[in-house]
Ligand binder design. Structure first.
Ligand code: SF4
Length: 434
């Protein structure tokens, strides 16, 4: 059922007033130095207080809990022990303490538009249900005009980021990629173009631009590239990669692209595709390599893990990660990655209801409106294609957090004025709480 423009404006105004009320309450609590029990902005203090009660933490996790309380780094052995822990609530307490220390009670989201410009790819990663050969029936390739038209429509809705990735296309030329970036940037110079995975950058450098990674990144940046995506990391271990995505770049090559980009002042996100053939030790090793690079460059803005969708024929026997496993993975990531400021729950993969629960397991960001996603949906994801701002804010408030719109670098953008054009609540938006 379509929501009328007036309904939309009214619900947006309600949220706006609701948030004003939170701020007034917070000021009141602050002046009285007395956190109110029902004030969601005061849950930060409650989180730390509950952490003080170590009786809620199982004996074997106490050493890690002490480190979390002292804001000390946990080791890989600690992380492995956390992964093996069956007490999900204890992990939630520890992850929440880290999350609230870094981000208070805020939970962010971004207004963004995904564009998958083509799924034609020269590789055939075993886990990938997205890629196609040029002659395959499901192959697609968007024209630059189609892409700019889609971005233009989304700009009217207030997006601050366009997120573009695709396959390793065999025939698109350098000029096409540059024109793509330049055309999108020409629509709005303030729009952040977050594009390309590390493997796409290597493909462009070695096969298309035929120059170094650094020169390729500089050329793309001059044309409009604003941030690099975190895709393609999968699991770093070489043997797992061989089973999952033979022929794709190695861990060292993925990390090198991000290291060079960070060295140029660029920012990117990091990802992990888990829940397939890897072990818990492989996950810890993956997190270790990310934490090491972040120590070196400080260039990662956030971490976005997602569970494998077991839909490809080759890996059809793999059982999808359960809800508990997904929450555990987020919580351990939050506790271990002490030098990452933000942890995102990718609702496209995990569903919005579970992403909402993840706000109590270390997550401080619900990603974005997305609008159209192909990679997970071609692999069988049953989640919607998009979320409205109203829905994202609603689930955040219901979870007891304070919603804030962010930009591509997780910077808060302040209060959003109600959008006056195309106010459309998508019929398939997932509402976790109605
Ligand atoms: S995962 Fe990326 S590189 Fe691998 S086949 Fe799919 S589109 Fe190509």
């Amino acid at each position: 059922m379509e929501t009328s423009r007036d309904d939309y404006l009214e619900s947006t105004r309600d949220l706006f007033l609701e948030r004003r009320f939170f701020l007034i309450r917070a000021s009141w609590c602050f002046l009285l130095h007395q956190p109110a029990r029902d004030c969601i902005l005061c849950t930060q203090s409650r989180g730390f207080l509950s952490l003080m009660n170590l009786s809620l933490i199982p004996e074997e996790l106490r050493p890690s809990a002490e480190k979390v309380r002292a804001a000390e780094r946990i080791t890989e052995a600690d992380a492995l022990q956390l992964y093996r822990c069956k007490d999900l609530n204890a992990l939630g307490i520890l992850a929440t303490a880290v999350r609230e220390r870094k981000n208070g009670n805020y939970a962010t989201y971004i207004l963004n538009r995904y564009i998958n410009y083509s799924n034609v790819c020269i590789l055939s990663c075993q886990f990938c249900a997205f890629a196609a050969r040029k002659r395959d029936a499901h192959a697609f390739e968007l024209a630059i005009d189609e892409i700019t038209a889609a971005v233009q429509d989304a700009l009217v809705l207030g997006i601050t980021e366009v997120h573009m990735v695709g396959g390793l296309h065999p025939t698109l030329k350098k000029d096409w990629y540059l024109k793509l970036l330049q055309s999108v940037r020409a629509l709005d110079p303030d729009l952040i173009i977050k594009a390309f995975t590390a493997i796409e950058i290597r493909h462009l450098a070695h096969r298309i631009l035929k120059t170094s990674i650094a020169d390729t990144l500089a050329t793309l940046r001059d044309a409009g590239l604003g941030a690099l995506t975190g895709g393609g990391a999968e699991i770093f271990d070489a043997e797992v990669r061989d089973e999952l995505c033979r022929g794709k770049e190695s861990a060292e090559e993925w990390l090198e692209v991000h290291r060079i980009w960070h060295g140029m002042g660029g920012r990117s996100t990091a990802t992990m595709l888990y829940g397939h053939v890897e072990t818990l030790a492989h996950r810890v090793d993956h997190l270790r390599q990310l934490r090491d690079l972040q120590d070196e460059t400080g260039g990662f803005t956030g971490f976005v893990p997602f569970a494998f969708e077991p839909q490809t024929e080759i890996l059809a026997h793999v059982k999808r990660a359960s809800a508990v496993e997904q929450l555990r993975n987020l919580a351990v990531s939050r506790i271990y990655l002490d030098n990452f400021d933000h942890l995102t729950a990718y609702w496209v993969s995990m569903s919005l209801p579970l992403a909402q629960i993840a706000l109590s397991y270390g997550v401080d960001d619900l990603h974005g409106t997305i609008m159209e996603e192909k990679i997970f949906h071609m692999a069988g994801a049953k989640t919607p294609q998009e979320q409205t701002v109203t829905t994202l804010e609603h689930v955040i408030i219901e979870a007891g957090r304070v919603p804030v719109q962010r930009d591509s670098f997780y910077r808060h953008l302040g209060f959003r004025e109600p959008c006056r054009s195309l106010p459309r609540a998508t019929p398939q938006a997932e509402l976790a709480c109605v």
